[in-house]
Design a protein. Structure first.
Length: 128
């Protein structure tokens, strides 16, 4: 049986410190909290939901590694290349681990960075 997927509804990330991660994602993206209870917070961006959980302290390790089987990274699309440049400046000011804006062969510009648990995130913009 096949199903047609319309959009990504939500992504849920396991974090080691829910309070710290909640502050990071809220400050960086301005996500609106739509649900919150012990060990869990759900944000809404206007396009999809992002959940964070600490499994009530029952995590197996304290730092994410994209080389393990499972998630590699999460990429968020921004409106302009100027947004990537603004983000790069912000990451430097806030000491958020990050790479440089890179142009890929398909006219996609990306900026990789890390959340408090070392989860690789990416901002992306495609030149039309």
């Amino acid at each position: 049986m096949r199903f047609k997927i319309k959009i990504i509804h939500h992504i849920k990330l396991t974090v080691s410190d829910l309070k710290k991660s909640k502050e990071f994602y809220q400050r960086l993206f301005g996500f609106k909290i739509v649900a919150e209870y012990s060990g869990f917070v759900m944000f809404y961006s206007g396009n999809f939901y992002l959940g964070l959980t600490d499994h009530k302290g029952d995590t197996q390790r304290q730092e994410f590694n994209e080389k393990d089987v499972g998630l590699d990274h999460v990429s968020f699309e921004v409106e302009s290349k100027a947004d990537l440049d603004k983000a790069l400046s912000y990451f430097k000011q806030q000491n958020i681990p990050h790479g440089q804006v890179e142009k890929l062969s398909n006219n996609l510009y990306v900026l990789a960075f890390r959340d408090p648990d070392n989860i690789q995130l990416e901002l992306a913009w495609r030149k039309k």
